[in-house]
Each structure stands twice: as structure tokens, then as C-alpha cells.
Design a protein around this ligand. Structure first.
Ligand SMILES: [Zn+2]
Length: 399
């Protein structure tokens, strides 16, 4: 017989209590303690004095709170700062060894896994082609096996929380992948509950662009910023839009679907069903295909041709940057962000696309919307998606 308390099986309650006692979960923290932990977590080391200024708490309260957090091993003291003979301030850090996270970045071409410590320092990574999971075996079972094997390779299967970022549509309850526009077989997948049962830890799911926005806000260039946009262009396009400190979600959690906005009706049919989506104009396979159809050297890729200064490749990059810049200038007019962070393989390997995009945004967006606007490269390069998934795991688990 399974005993229940208020509808929760007793077995689960014992597990939760064990977890809190053994691991010192943040579930035991009060709101002020959690806020101070969040400020320390989002910093690169912060003094008690700076914490008092940022939190509005008194020095006495702060001393008490940091003592509690230190006793729970949530934070630890680092180096002392200060000049001259005056009192030196000790910097406080989140304890990187306290928790361990798994990040899963599901894109239309590749699926990446990473394990990080509590400071979101990635310790292990692995990558699969998304097509690897399109075989006979049920997709979620196959994915679970690969994750389990990966965790074994890292030397420990113990994970405190899992974060998943998907280049697609996620249901409003944030438990299920609804659709990945460019990939078949991933519709209606209850991935969060499946992995939570398999790995016995909390699992958090969101759209990939939004997870990247979380990472930029927590550990990247957008710290302290409330209004910004993150765009990532690889084999697909994702965007995360932060408005007044909140992620844009929309009525059915589909808000921010930049890659499937129409930019050129003549660009052909997209796999989402629409014609002329931005993803049909700017993504890596599209640019490669445009190069193949042009007059350039067919024996090399567009990236190689670009590096050699090939005019066909350069013209393709300029056109792509212009199209992306026009799309982003519309976003700038609509949301008036402080910064637009652009990243992904296209921006990295064909930097002219990024430069033309930035130029076009400043040229096309309303001149009042571009006052102080910073269009720049995103913070984490190739790891932007993984950092997004890991930040989703940590921020949802801790705060
Ligand atoms: Zn589309």
C-alpha cells in the first residue's frame, strides 16, 4: 500500500526530505536569502558591501544571511579586495561544487549535451546529429540511453537538475515539445517528465532562444539589462526577447518565433509550411545551397570560398546580412531593446553576415529606437545553446 499525504505519495515526500537534508536544497531558504544567493550567483565575485547596495538589505541582515548561506555551503569566500590600509572586502562566490547540472541543446541539425558544475563551468560535452535519433527505437528511450551513457563517461551519473533548450515550439506548461519546424519525429514529446523519471531529478524545458536570453542575463553581456534580444543563427534561427526583465512568451508560448517570420515570399516553401521564412534566407544550409547554385568554385564550401575572398560568397553574405538586419530592425522598432546579441555558426564562420546585419539594423531601424542600441556578438560562441540549457537548469532549480 502506498501512503499518501495531501495527495503526494509518502515515498516521494521521504525522497524530498532526504534531498533537502542531504544536499541543503535552496527550498529551505527564505525569499531574502534566495535573493542574496541569486545576486552572488549572477556575479563574478561580490562583496557584502556591494550586496547591501544591490539588495537594499542592512549590513546586519546581510551578515546573517551570508552566514546561513556559507553554513549550507551554497557560497564561499574568495579573495580580498581594496586598496591601502583600509578594511579589505572579501568577495563571495557561489560554491561551484555544490550542484551538478545537465544541459541539453536540441537543434534542427545537432543535439548537444553538457555537464557543468554549479558555477556553470562546462566539464564535459558530447554532440549527436539530430538524425541519429530517427531510427526504429522510440526517440525518448534512445535519447535517455545516450544521456545515461554520456553521464557514465563523465564519471558520475548524479545530476541535480536538467535543463533543455529546443529550437522549436514548447507547450505552455513547459513539459512537452510541441513541434520542431525543421525536423520530423519530435512532435508532441513529453520529454521533461520522461527524463525526470529516468534520472530522478527536476527537468526544466523551454524554447532555445529564451534559454540563451537567460544565459546572457545571468552570466553574459546582458547582466543588469532588462530589455534585449538574443538571436542565434546556425541550421535554424532562434530568438529570445527580454522585455522589462521578463521573457516574451505570448498567448500560446510561441512568441519570438523570428526564424519563421516572412521576409521574402519568393524564397520558397519552409518546412514549417509557410513561404519565404527568414530561415529560408539566412541559415547555413541555405547559404551553402546559394553558393552551390552560383558561379563560384563548386569544389569548396562557402566558408572556404569566403576565406579566399570569393566574390560570389561575399555577395551571398551581404544579402543574408541585409535580410537578417531588416528582420532585426523590425524587432528593434517593436521592442526598443538596449542590445541585440547575435551569434551562431553563420555569424562566427561568415563574419561579414554579422557586420552587414549590424550595419543594416542601424540604418533601417527608427533613429529614436537605435539611440544607445548595441548590436553585438553574443557571449558564449559555440556554447550559447548549451549555456542556455544549463542556465535554465540552475536558475529554475536554485531560484
Ligand atoms: Zn518557416
Amino acid at each position: 500500500m502506498l501512503l499518501c499525504v495531501d495527495g503526494v505519495p509518502a515515498y516521494d515526500i521521504i525522497q524530498i526530505i532526504n534531498y533537502i537534508v542531504l544536499k541543503g536544497s535552496t527550498m529551505t531558504l527564505n525569499p531574502s536569502e534566495r535573493e542574496v544567493l541569486r545576486l552572488i550567483y549572477g556575479s563574478d565575485g561580490i562583496s557584502r558591501k556591494a550586496l547591501a547596495e544591490m539588495s537594499g538589505l542592512s549590513q546586519a541582515s546581510l551578515t546573517k544571511i551570508t552566514k546561513t548561506l556559507t553554513e549550507q555551503e551554497q557560497i564561499e569566500e574568495g579573495e580580498r579586495i581594496g586598496k591601502g590600509l583600509g578594511r579589505k572586502e572579501v568577495l563571495l562566490y557561489a560554491n561551484p561544487r555544490k550542484y551538478r547540472y545537465l544541459g541539453i541543446d536540441i537543434g534542427s541539425f545537432s543535439i548537444r549535451l553538457a555537464v557543468s558544475d554549479n558555477g556553470l563551468n562546462i566539464t564535459h560535452r558530447k554532440q549527436f546529429q539530430t538524425a541519429h535519433f530517427s531510427g526504429e527505437e522510440p526517440l525518448l528511450d534512445h535519447l535517455t540511453q545516450e544521456i545515461a551513457a554520456f553521464l557514465e563517461e563523465t564519471g558520475s551519473s548524479a545530476i541535480d537538475a536538467i535543463g533543455i533548450g529546443v529550437s522549436g515550439i514548447v507547450d505552455a506548461g513547459l513539459r512537452r515539445i510541441v513541434n520542431i519546424p525543421n525536423v520530423t519525429g519530435w512532435d508532441n514529446l513529453h520529454i521533461a517528465d520522461h527524463l525526470s523519471a529516468a534520472f530522478q531529478c527536476p527537468v526544466y524545458l523551454d524554447e532555445g532562444g529564451r534559454t540563451m536570453a537567460l544565459a546572457e542575463k545571468m552570466k553574459g553581456k546582458a547582466r543588469g539589462s532588462k530589455d534585449f534580444v538574443v538571436v542565434h543563427i546556425g541550421f535554424g534561427i532562434v530568438a529570445g526577447i527580454m522585455i522589462n526583465g521578463s521573457l516574451l512568451r505570448g498567448y500560446h508560448n510561441v512568441g519570438g518565433l523570428l526564424g519563421h517570420t516572412t521576409v521574402d515570399e519568393s524564397a520558397g516553401r519552409c518546412r514549417c509550411g509557410n513561404y519565404g521564412c527568414l530561415e529560408n534566407v539566412v541559415t547555413f544550409p541555405i547559404l551553402e545551397a546559394a553558393y552551390r547554385q552560383g558561379q563560384g568554385d563548386k569544389s569548396i564550401s562557402i566558408v572556404e570560398a569566403y576565406a579566399l575572398g570569393d566574390k560570389v560568397a561575399i555577395d551571398i553574405c551581404l544579402n543574408a546580412g541585409k535580410a537578417l538586419g531588416i528582420a532585426l530592425s523590425n524587432l528593434v522598432n517593436l521592442f526598443n531593446p538596449e542590445a541585440v546579441y547575435i551569434g551562431g555558426a553563420v555569424a562566427e564562420q561568415l563574419p561579414l553576415v554579422l557586420e552587414e546585419t549590424k550595419r543594416t539594423i542601424l540604418l533601417r531601424a527608427n533613429r529614436f529606437a537605435t539611440v544607445g542600441l548595441r548590436p553585438e556578438v553574443s557571449s558564449f560562441g559555440n556554447n550559447e545553446g548549451l549555456m542556455g540549457s544549463l542556465t535554465l537548469a540552475a536558475s529554475s532549480f536554485l531560484f
